[in-house]
Design a protein around this ligand. Structure first.
Ligand code: GTP
Ligand code: MG
Ligand code: ZN
Length: 347
């Protein structure tokens, strides 16, 4: 299991220990690199191979980044517990979350210095990455198309203490080199961002291979959704990079910890309010009002916190309701089985 290839693509003690737990030390392991619907592409000790989706998903649905334990017939016998999970709210009315990618250490949140740049959008991605337990890095591309990219870097840095923000012309590979610090052997990185911001351009510059890149529309600067599926690429420096299709507008799923982590400053101010149940809506002694007044708290940031927190609470409330329903269903299922058994045993 200590094959250098496996280590390079992210295998570590977290997964190794699970093998020991399931007594599967001698089994084959492989990482999900792409999911084409009918076929799943895997990376193992001996390189890339493909299996039918029924084999890969014999123990449950898999996502790009997952580690699978396979039997000799390349059928999954175990889906290893995920170290990190990046997810968003799935499209549609019901609050269901959709996994984008798993087991990444770092998320490159890519935005361009032109029309795409938005602090609110960055905050949304940051909450998502922090919730996953991954380290976020803001990657500002198209520096060549802006008069003062340094000002954007400063604004982005204010979003979270210690946040790494790198700025570049992604068409110049030597400028993309600063990102190699997060791409060493064993490291897994996901690229996220709107269509057309330069994710695939960055991935190619880092050595992920020749990925299709596309132009953007003149009239609104939006991308053309050139990348259409998620895929994991080995880097020449060791480590893997997951390129993603451009994410359209998305909502946060159950994301309480991510939002709390991102807005720790705001939560700290709440603690200073005179009333412990302060609604921060004009009550006397409200520390939020005072902080906005004094300039300590940016009104934009506070509004953003309120929006994201309400959104995630709405989506987790429905999730909680669903869990409750499932729990009840589970209970009635169990009691039905028990009464059947009692009947059978003549009790
Ligand atoms: N001027 C300039 N153009 C860039 C830069 N980065 C990317 N581009 C161009 O922007 C366009 C879109 O780049 P892609 O790498 O395809 O963008 P993407 O984020 O992968 O887009 P999707 O696959 O649609 O999500 C291409 O024409 C790139 O050459 C940059 O830093 N400066
Ligand atoms: Mg792309
Ligand atoms: Zn208050």
């Amino acid at each position: 299991m200590t094959s250098p290839t496996l280590r390079a693509i992210g295998w570590n003690s977290f997964f190794e220990e699970q093998l020991a737990l399931h007594d599967l030390q001698s089994a084959t392991v492989a990482r999900v690199s792409a999911h084409h619907g009918s076929e799943v592409v895997l990376y193992g000790k001996a390189g890339e191979f493909r299996v039918a989706v029924q084999s890969a998903e014999a123990c449950g649905k898999v996502a790009v980044g997952d580690w699978l334990v396979l039997n000799a017939g390349t059928r999954a016998i175990q889906l290893l517990e995920r170290r990190t999970v990046l997810s968003r709210k799935a499209a549609g009315e019901e609050a269901k979350s959709q996994i984008l990618v798993t087991n990444v250490d770092t998320v490159f949140i890519v935005t361009s210095c032109n029309e795409d740049f938005s602090l609110a959008r960055l905050e949304r991605y940051l909450a998502m990455a922090l919730q996953a337990g991954a380290t976020p890095v803001v990657v500002l591309t198209k520096a060549d198309l802006h008069d003062n990219p340094a000002a954007l870097v400063e604004q982005a840095k204010q979003l979270h203490p210690g946040l790494a923000v790198e700025v570049m012309n992604a068409r110049k590979p030597e400028q993309v080199d600063v990102l190699r610090a997060w791409c060493g052997p064993g490291q897994s990185v996901a690229l996220l961002g709107s269509s057309g911001v330069g994710k695939s351009t960055v991935a190619s510059a880092l050595g992920a291979g020749e990925l299709a890149t596309g132009g953007i529309r003149e009239k609104d600067g939006k991308g053309r959704h050139t990348t259409t599926s998620r895929s994991l690429h080995l880097l020449p420096t060791g480590g893997v990079l997951v390129d993603n299709p451009g994410v359209r507008e998305f909502q946060l799923p159950d994301c309480e910890e991510g939002v709390a982590d991102l807005f720790e400053d705001v939560l700290g101010i709440f603690a200073e309010c005179k009333f412990s149940d302060c609604g921060h809506a004009g009550e006397p002694g409200c520390a939020v009002a005072a902080a906005i007044e004094s300039g300590e708290l940016d009104a934009r940031r506070y509004a953003s916190f309120q929006k994201l927190n309400a959104e995630q609470a709405r989506n987790s409330k429905t999730l909680a309701e669903r869990r409750e329903r499932e729990r009840k269903l589970g209970k009635s299922y169990k009691s039905a089985i028990a009464s059947k058994r009692r009947r059978r045993e003549g009790l």
